[in-house]
Design a protein around this ligand. Structure first.
Ligand code: CA
Ligand code: CA
Ligand code: CA
Length: 396
């Protein structure tokens, strides 16, 4: 029976599956997902005393987060003053919230964009840089400040933007500029931001922050929460990790081996008597174990069978009292070729390596009577044979 909901559910699943596939492909292609673009604070100045001392006239120009250098520009001077007064900055600190109170600005009509403060940082490892700050304008301070930036350690500056205060004795918080369209700021150890007093737009004089006041060089611009942010480059543009080289797997039974027929030879005895040989074949008879067992096993050639009817493809491996192999296993054996009781065998076994596979061989059909007395013992020595005689058929 077809459930009435079946098709919509199936369609929903298709949509979900397609969406998951799209995400998967986006991930594979290294397309940054908006949710994974993490903006972090590279450096931040709060100007608060590292150990709160309930005194806003003490503080530090060392960053509270990250590293960088804050310094005065063009002859300004500075003290520390409250970050909470006059409405306050965005600094969550209270009680010991200091801000950097700069003064000694230029006389009216002089030194446009030359006095203020600067903040040097390294953006190495970051991109999409953003600079932000809180600034309290006193009544007589310039109402306009310019944000300048340098990508060469302060040798040259460009102007990013200006900010204009509409009142005096007031904080203007979260002034910020997004530099993500200026790649020269990315991953650069020599970035400097400057905030400097500027002539009012289009003019050649400073305008007071409080329209009812007059501009004065003793006016103050009080900085707090000066912050440089960026996105770690590694998370925004992941470089694909190289595919690890596969660990080489030793190939079993890779040693060269002597064909069993060559160990047997086409005569009555082995031509390699006393020689250490490595042979490989399938176990066609397992007679391991202490006497009365034969204390060994029969191995039959698989890969290097020859066309000579006078050489046998099978051989006995004398393995003392060890129990090493099982019927059907393909193994490589190293030992010494010898004759024992008119049968060629491998003795003094020094290694038995398992080739990781098994094999079966078809028994060889042998018909009696043999053409001569040596026929069977030479040609079929140690082979898995079916011997048939006029009165029956048995497995040798
Ligand atoms: Ca502060
Ligand atoms: Ca303090
Ligand atoms: Ca505060």
């Amino acid at each position: 029976m077809v459930h009435p909901n079946r098709r919509p559910v199936a369609a929903q699943r298709l949509v979900i599956a397609a969406a998951m596939l799209a995400l998967l492909f986006a991930g594979m292609l290294g397309i940054a997902q908006p949710a994974t673009a993490t903006t972090t604070i590279i450096t931040q100045w709060t100007f608060n005393s590292p150990t709160p001392d309930s005194n806003t006239n003490t503080g530090t120009t060392d960053p509270a987060i990250g590293s960088g250098t804050a310094s005065l520009v063009g002859g300004t001077t500075a003290t520390f003053a409250s970050g909470d007064a006059s409405g306050g900055s965005t600094d969550p600190a209270t009680g010991d919230d200091s801000a950097w109170n700069t003064t000694t600005y230029a006389p009216q009509g002089t030194q446009d964009r030359q006095r203020g403060a600067q903040f040097a940082v390294s953006t190495v490892g970051y991109q999409n840089i953003r600079f932000s700050f809180d600034l309290r304008h006193s009544n007589t301070a310039a109402n306009t400040v310019a944000l300048l930036y340098s990508t060469d350690g302060g040798a040259t500056f460009s102007e990013a933007t200006t900010f204009v205060a509409t009142a005096g004795d007031a904080w203007f918080n979260n002034r910020s500029f997004d530099f993500s369209s200026i790649p020269a700021l990315n991953d650069n150890p020599n970035i400097v931001f400057r905030v400097v007093a500027a002539f009012a737009s289009g003019g050649s004089v400073y305008a007071p922050s409080n329209p009812g006041s007059s501009y004065g060089a003793s006016g103050t611009l009080r900085f707090d929460m000066v912050t440089v942010r960026g996105e770690p480059i590694s998370s925004a543009t992941p470089t694909p990790s190289p595919t690890p080289e596969p660990t080489p797997v030793p190939v079993a039974c890779s040693a060269p081996d002597t064909p069993i027929n060559q160990v047997q030879g086409n005569g009555a005895t082995t031509p390699l008597s006393g020689t250490v040989v490595t042979i490989q074949g399938v176990v066609v008879g397992d007679y391991e174990g202490a006497t009365p067992n034969l204390r060994g096993f029969y191995l039959q050639e698989i890969a290097q069978v020859d066309a000579d009817p006078l050489t046998s493809e099978g051989i006995f491996v004398f393995n003392l009292n060890n129990n090493s192999v099982s019927l059907g296993q393909v193994v490589q054996v190293t030992g010494t070729a010898t004759e024992f009781q008119d049968q060629t065998q491998i003795g003094n076994v020094t290694a038995i390596e398992f080739c990781g596979t098994t094999a079966t061989v078809a028994p060889v059909d042998v018909s009696m009577p043999f053409p001569d007395l040596t026929y069977y013992s030479v040609k079929h020595e140690s082979l898995d044979t079916n011997v048939s005689v006029s009165c029956g058929h048995w497995r040798w």
